[in-house]
Design a protein around this ligand. Sequence first.
Ligand SMILES: O=C(O)c1cc(=O)[nH]c(=O)n1[C@@H]1O[C@H](COP(=O)(O)O)[C@@H](O)[C@H]1O
Length: 245
Amino acid sequence: MTSSFNQAAGRLMVALDYPAVDEARNLIKSLEDIPCYMKIGMQLYYTAGPDFVRELKNLGYSVFLDLKMHDIPNTVKGGANSITRLGVDMFNVHAAGGLKMMSAAREGAREALEANSSLKMPLIIAVTQLTSTNQGMLNEEIGIPGTVEDAVVSYAELTKKAGLDGVVASPLEVKSIKERCGLHFQTVTPGIRPKGSAAGDQSRTLTPGEAMRQGTDFIVVGRPITAAPSPREALEQIIEEMKLS
Ligand SMILES: O=C(O)c1cc(=O)[nH]c(=O)n1[C@@H]1O[C@H](COP(=O)(O)O)[C@@H](O)[C@H]1O
């Protein structure tokens, strides 16, 4: 595999949304030698737990633990401390928890590092508006006025103020986020749909190539890979598309 292939692979996060650890292991086996980022979300974590995080770290993968913490600051601080002790590379909280809650996540991670100097600081990212949320839902159900883009950018600014590393948003908002928060502020973008694949419950989507051209740092892809007849082929095609962008 070429170095440009591997570089693109490192910016592709595979969402391991499976009900059982064996299915996740089968996928990982089929993707052997491709150095992509692995994302463990609540479905798999609630059944496979910290052991599976350690298993992926032992295999050499970068791991994003996507548990989307949203609670009072003290509880999130404790959660962030435990997650950091697992040695993950990235984890997330909800920006809707507010400034104090987000700062508490950073504090919990910092205390874990103080207690064990062999750990490294994970990237801490805040979810802005879920990529399943559309304009109507934002205004009518969630009760936030204005455009989705404004709501996302405003949460991104709050996240930066809290001292976190970046946000989860749709690729459609990446340019505005980078304009307001700077190029180094990380963007992690789900809502990725290769041409011809089903949107499912995602509302704000772009293709892998389009997302890369918006300047995103990481794309997150689940079902277009996990539900493909050949996940490895689907993943390789996505990486080729990322490389060309
Ligand atoms: O935090 C996330 O990763 C996340 C945030 C968001 O706004 N939208 C979103 O889809 N995700 C996650 O990204 C993955 C997308 O999966 P697919 O829709 O199957 O590609 C899932 O694991 C979601 O939980």
